[in-house]
Design a protein around this ligand. Sequence first.
Ligand SMILES: *Cc1c(COP(=O)(O)O)cnc(C)c1O
Length: 435
Amino acid sequence: MADLQFVSSRGAAPALSLSEAIATGLAPDGGLYIPTRLPPVDAAGAAAARTLPGVARAALAGFFSGDRLQAALGDIADAALDLPAPATRVVGSQEPLFALELYHGPTAAFKDFGARFLAESLQRLESRAAAPMTILVATSGDTGGAVAAAFHRRPWVRVVILYPAGLVSPRQEQQLCCWGENVASLRIAGTFDDCQRLVKEAFGNPALASRHRFSSANSINIGRLLPQMVYYAASSLDLERRTRAKPSYIIPAGNLGNAFAAVWARALGFPIARIILAHNVNRTVPDFLQSGIWQPRPSIATLASAMDVGNPSNMERMRALYPTLSEIREQLSADCVDDATIRARIGEDFMRYGREWCPHTATAAEVYARLSVAERRAHPWVVVATAHPAKFNVIVEPIIGKHVTVPDSLERLLRLPQHAVDLPPTLEALAAALT
Ligand SMILES: *Cc1c(COP(=O)(O)O)cnc(C)c1O
């Protein structure tokens, strides 16, 4: 069989190999890379594996087949996915309910899986390049920290983080600024949209782009999506063994990278029943599923800030693979949760189950609570816990009335000194800071 090719969701860019698509990030026509077909999975190998790296080898081998990185897949998976991702039973629930805990990585959010896998992949493609590359990341909170942690102290790369002053939580800010060395943290006097605009302007400036060899590590990179399939593959197999039924997932969603990975894992044949997206009041996707009209809009600030996305870019991948509304509706349903309800859900589930949810995870817990009893009994349900509540202690602690224990890895980062540089939101200021 010919090697797998990756094409743009917009269809107007040359087909690339996997490693080229990883190194390129966004396709030159503005689209997102998707494979021309879904490769077969080594189902027996995945079922026999008991670790995430083991499941990754079996689930992802087809994507890497014939690629420059084929021989390295095992090493990449061992180095990047050596993180716990347990599906823990929610004790006290009458029906079978689990939390898929994706927050045990260095920056306590699921983005660690994708950022680490991307870093290990790029390391094997880039580390002998003549000049270091510069990864520019605009972040509203979690992405910048995960990317910094994954790329810190790798000599072939410099990471430049742009984040909006005053608009990230104190602990998120610490995770964006505690690195130094090859990581620069720029605190921009503006909004997240200003940060994104500056990154686009820098990429579009030929002099800057050639001097710095810019690259991006945002969630549209296929190298972040592939590893996110692995925890759905592994947890669905694990839960099917434990409960003798296919689990359904409720996923806190913003740009839909995490949710799309679940859809793909199911398309590859992993035992997943339903997939429901939980959004905050940024309702572009739920409105689309209802009306069939795709209407991106400016983002609204919420307590679940990592999901404040008005134009979720991974929908483009979804629509390329499932071109009609009825096909998309077969794959997904979606619901919205406002801030008052996020707070109420954090309080209620702490009282009822003793579970501490971050505001993002609480949207999924709320969508679960809205299911009918018949639906809750139909199969095991999994609330996907995307970040540790200690990262959002300022929101969570007053609601539950107690201190949230900080995981050791986060505690270490909280003790480091900060290195942020304040900048106005202009390209001249960014260009000066890059030299
Ligand atoms: C990024 C993020 C999300 C949203 O994930 P998408 O892949 O953008 O849909 C949800 N929760 C947390 C904690 C995040 O950091």
